[in-house]
Design a protein around this ligand. Structure first.
Ligand code: AP5
Ligand code: MG
Length: 192
């Protein structure tokens, strides 16, 4: 399996590049943000518990882990996954390792999309005007998400650095430029 953890702040382009990587390598796109928004839209019990994400807060761990575990176990014969928005904490990173181990696999690499803070807010405000994502609707929720990223999520990089699986890439430029940078790093990681 090729398992890529696509990492970066809110607005870094995880969802956008995940779609391109999915086509490029035949991988499944596992976005915990998308999965949670779907549960909320369907009005499930998981969705009820995840409502806080509309204010920029994390969903409870048990809800996220349940969704991720079923998706991986149901697709254990796939070519691999692009994880987008997961893991978001060091504890989730450890749990991902155990889930993948249970299907005889592991994380191949983390690609971290590096984007200037000002560009992040501009991208999300623009999307807020175009689409109906509740957590993009004002600058204070956007800033809160970016703040939580720095406080709780950024440290997940260290977990993958220690494992020798950390690959930073600039997330600014055209979609193709960024995709090509990622593809170069995939070659490096898979030839190791
Ligand atoms: P999630 O959906 O993961 O949101 P996020 O991390 O805030 O990231 P975004 O989806 O906003 O940005 P992105 O990096 O995907 O960028 P995108 O490609 O869309 O999570 C939502 C919420 O759910 C979280 O806040 C959290 O509360 C909760 N949650 C999720 N996972 C969780 C977990 N594991 N545990 C607990 N809670 C969890 O791009 C952004 C915009 O920029 C788009 O409009 C795009 O078109 C544009 N763009 C992209 N690339 C470029 C480019 N190169 N140039 C110009 N514009 C670009
Ligand atoms: Mg996204």
């Amino acid at each position: 399996m090729l398992n890529i953890v696509l990492f970066g702040a809110p607005g870094a382009g995880k969802g956008t590049q995940a779609e391109l990587l999915m086509k490029e390598y035949g991988l499944l796109h596992l976005s915990t943000g998308e999965m949670l928004r779907e549960e909320i839209a369907k009005g499930t019990a998981a969705g009820q518990k995840a409502k806080a994400i509309e204010q920029g807060n994390f969903a409870p761990d048990e809800v996220v882990i349940e969704l991720v575990t079923s998706k991986i176990l149901e697709n254990r014969d796939s070519k691999g996954f692009v994880f987008d928005g997961f893991p978001r904490t060091t504890s989730q990173a450890g749990i991902l390792d155990s889930i993948l181990e249970s299907v005889d696999s592991n994380v191949t690499m983390m690609i971290s999309l590096e984007v200037d803070q000002k560009v992040l807010a501009e991208r999300l405000l623009k999307r807020g005007e175009e689409e109906n994502r509740l957590d993009d609707r004002n600058i204070s929720i956007i800033e809160k998400r970016i703040g939580i990223y720095h406080e709780r999520t950024e440290v997940v990089m260290d977990y993958y650095k220690q494992a020798g699986k950390f690959y930073p890439v600039s997330g600014e430029g055209t979609l193709d430029e960024i995709l090509n940078r990622i593809k170069e790093q995939v070659i490096v990681a898979t030839q190791k």
